[in-house]
Design a protein around this ligand. Structure first.
Ligand SMILES: C[S@@+](CC[C@H](N)C(=O)[O-])C[C@H]1O[C@@H](n2cnc3c(N)ncnc32)[C@H](O)[C@@H]1O
Length: 292
């Protein structure tokens, strides 16, 4: 299907006026009272036939174009025009700017021979569309595991995006005893759940790369996210790539807030990979974290 208009949305959500009222006053932030959705593995065969995926292309860089679907919160959650409903839906149906910043930074580090995904195990945390994880697969990763808060996002968007970008290569595993999907020779799996307990499902093998874009906006979840990373990263040579805005106005999180937590803990070191000041939002950054 032909591309429609440029395919990603700049956030209103984290601009100077927050779109979700309950976080407008950072001092009054409370953990969401709604219980999180269940933690579960989603299978590649579980794409609902009722969802129209509407594929369009996203230009990442000269020579690199990926495909993404467009589904809305009304279709998937029955919510009209919601960027985010704390504790219920965490924004995974939108393509956020940071995920493209992240892919560009990865591409640059590959071109500079700093990293390679060949044969590596990758976890994309808070994946939404999953384009960074799909990029890692296209670059030869041996396993990519996608995690999102909402199983619906994985079923209606991440899995169809994977199928669109790797046509004919991805298909559900034929083994009924296996949870994995096979994408050529790579292992691809999908996990839904809150960062506080999704590690119970993730294989404890240690990921060579953990990728995440626009995941550090909410102060309430930063510690759980960091704990998850510490549990899942391969020691000592695993690497985390994090794309995020420096500050998320109105919600209090941001790359710097997350990094202060990392620094305080003392286990990992961080280095700035890219700073993006294109005027489309406040300053965005890509950081690399390694075990000291
Ligand atoms: C703003 S979206 C970013 C989506 C995607 N990475 C992108 O850049 O387009 C934030 C993502 O973080 C995940 N997320 C946020 N809070 C979470 C939590 N407490 N537990 C698990 N996942 C969470 C959601 O899955 C959501 O897709």
């Amino acid at each position: 299907m032909a591309a429609e208009k440029p395919s990603f949305e700049t956030f209103q959500l984290f601009s100077t006026t927050s779109a979700f009222g309950i976080f407008d006053d950072p001092s009054s932030q409370q953990p969401p009272s709604i219980p999180p959705p269940p933690t579960l593995e989603v299978h590649a065969s579980q794409v609902p036939s009722s969802i129209n995926h509407n594929v369009e292309s996203v230009n990442i860089d000269d020579g690199l174009t990926l495909l993404k679907g467009r589904v809305n919160t009304q279709q998937v959650f029955g919510l009209s025009n919601s960027d985010l409903v704390p504790g219920k839906y965490e924004g995974g149906l939108k393509l956020w700017e940071g995920s493209l910043d992240l892919i560009r930074a990865l591409l640059s580090d590959i071109k500079s021979d700093f990293i390679s995904f060949g044969g590596k195990r990758v976890l994309e945390v808070g994946c939404g569309h999953g384009l960074p994880g799909i990029f890692a697969l296209l670059e030869g990763a041996s396993a990519v595991h996608f995690q999102d808060f909402n199983a619906e996002v994985l079923r209606c968007l991440t899995i169809p995006n994977l199928n669109a970008n790797l046509p004919g290569k991805s298909h559900p595993s034929s083994s009924s005893s296996s949870n994995s999907t096979i994408c050529d020779k790579a292992e691809v799996r999908f996990f839904a759940g809150d960062w506080s307990d999704v590690d119970k499902l993730l294989p404890h093998v240690g990921y060579d790369f953990i990728l995440m874009a626009e995941t550090v906006y909410s102060i309430n979840s930063l510690q759980n996210l960091y704990n998850l990373i510490k549990k899942c990263l391969k020691h000592p040579d695993g690497v985390v790539y994090m794309a995020a805005k420096k500050y998320y106005f109105g919600v209090g999180g941001g790359s710097r807030r997350f990094l202060s937590l990392v620094e305080k803990d003392g286990m990992m070191s961080s280095s700035l990979v890219a700073e993006i000041t294109d005027g489309s939002s406040n300053v965005r950054e890509v950081w690399k974290l390694c075990v000291k």
